[in-house]
Design a protein around this ligand. Structure first.
Ligand code: TRP
Ligand code: ZN
Length: 458
């Protein structure tokens, strides 16, 4: 689903063009979505609507076998199109609308040439069968991303580019889709994905878990995490809370499930209704992975999270997951907002006031490198998850709150979450919305905090 891009396309249609003769042979879809930080990520020419992924994984051999059924809609007549998947996995066959299609793999591009061109605006279905030994990738910042093996299974965190390591798709965040996961693992292991657990059945020493993710999701937020774990699936305080906890995980997991509803209630009061049909978390034992990820509906943690990490990942469900940026350079719309969520929750718990958190972050000396990075473009993919994105992003929101007052500020956050629910939006849209809701000219404020290097004065 591509809401923004669809709007852009609609805008083009209003131009007084003489309709070109339809080209029944079509042209190749673009090999990337046009994001300067990751030019090969995503593809052009179609919109993925739904992924039905059937995966079998054996943690002992490390072997994955997969079948991906992708429902898509063409946005141009296509002679061929690309999916993103690493070529260390072997594609065995591809069909398009049931007919065998030819395919070629190179790097992380899987090029599919259907037997007949796909006509513009037609719905079509792609089936990819593949297998191999998935491994993680290393990001520009040196972090592991993707299918990260642990002692007993997989820590599957895919921001910003790991989705290519385990399933074929249109892996840029502007193309959201619904998902269904059917995952079969040895019965000693648990397989947890996004959304609602709809079935669990064992046969011959293997267990199949079916997860249904009914709200649209960007590929980097998908997860299929596998390991020895205790799975619980309960109604608590009006939420369906599904958790899995590795007994080896560091920290005290007592009450982990019960800690979710109070945070979600608090954020719902401030940001608007929780966007998903279930919640929870995946707590793994993965000391070699330094980070948690806000995987949709159910974040993944390398150890039992603190209250502030839990609040951070749950705030992302509104900011990042439901409202998703359009380009990676807008990552502060995720991390600045989630960090502000941490500050709000700590204030609510009485641990630290939001003002104290701001003052602490702002106290960095003006000559510190921290201040040289403008919030709205960290400069490259190696800086996506650096402190300026998180802390200067959160400070930007706090300064905005001071300028417009609490009522307008939370109205802005609710409008942002509400108007772009399940969609994508960029920094310019946030600036415009803030000015509209507050009725103020915020140009100077955002200029200093978002776009210019240097420590803004207060
Ligand atoms: N988005 C994650 C969070 O803030 C952090 C994250 C994702 C990350 N991928 C990363 C951090 C890679 C470092 C490296 O919860
Ligand atoms: Zn975050």
């Amino acid at each position: 689903m591509k809401r923004l891009l669809a709007l852009t396309a609609a805008a083009f249609l209003t131009l007084p063009l003489t309709p070109a003769a339809a080209d029944p042979a079509g042209t190749p879809g673009a090999p990337g979505a046009g994001d300067p930080y990751f030019p090969g990520q995503g593809n052009g020419g179609y919109d993925a609507l739904h992924y039905d992924l059937t995966l079998g994984y054996d943690p002992d051999s490390g072997r994955l076998s997969g079948r991906a059924v992708i429902a898509a809609r063409a946005t141009q007549a296509l002679s061929r199109f690309n999916l993103d998947l690493v070529d260390t996995l072997s594609v065995r066959s591809v069909t398009v609308d049931g007919r065998p299609a030819s395919h070629a793999q190179s790097g992380s591009e899987l090029v599919v040439t259907p037997a007949r061109p796909v006509r513009d605006r037609r719905g079509f279905s792609v089936v990819v069968r593949y297998d191999g030994q998935p491994t993680h990738v290393i990001d520009p910042d040196g972090a592991m991303d993707g299918w990260i093996k642990t002692g007993d299974g997989v820590y599957n965190a895919n921001e910003p580019q790991g989705a290519i390591t385990w399933y074929p798709g249109n892996h840029h965040m502007t193309d959201k889709a619904t998902y269904r996961f059917t995952v079969t693992v040895p019965s000693s292991r648990v397989a947890v994905a996004n959304g609602d657990l709809v079935r669990k059945a064992s046969k011959g020493g293997r267990t199949t878990y079916v997860w249904n993710s009914r709200e649209p999701m960007a590929g980097y937020l998908a997860t299929v995490s596998i390991g020895i774990a205790q799975l619980t699936d309960r109604r608590i305080g009006g939420y369906r809370v599904t958790t899995s906890v590795d007994p080896q995980a560091a920290g005290d997991a007592t009450g982990f499930a019960e800690r979710h509803p109070p945070v979600l209630d608090f954020f719902s009061g401030l940001f608007g209704p929780y966007p998903y049909s279930s919640t929870g978390g995946i707590v793994d034992h993965a000391p070699e992975v330094g980070y948690a990820l806000e995987t949709q509906t159910r974040p993944i943690y390398p150890r039992v999270p603190s209250q502030s990490l839990l609040a951070h990942e749950l705030a992302h469900q509104w900011f990042g997951n439901s409202v998703t940026p359009t380009l990676w350079r807008d990552i502060w719309l995720n991390e600045g907002f989630a960090t502000y969520g941490e500050w709000l929750w700590a204030d609510k718990l009485g641990t630290q006031s939001v003002q104290a958190a701001f003052d602490e972050a702002y106290a960095r000396p003006a000559e510190d490198d921290f201040w040289q990075v403008p919030t709205a473009d960290p400069g490259g993919p190696e800086n996506l998850f650096h402190a300026p994105v998180y802390d200067r992003g959160a400070m930007t929101l706090h300064v905005l709150r001071g300028a417009v007052g609490d009522a307008a500020f939370f109205a802005i956050l609710r409008a942002w979450a509400g108007e772009h629910r399940y969609g994508n939006a960029d920094t310019a849209a946030f600036v415009a919305l803030s000015e509209r809701v507050s009725g103020q000219d915020l140009g100077a404020l955002f200029d200093a905090w978002l776009f210019k290097p240097g420590k803004p004065s207060l």
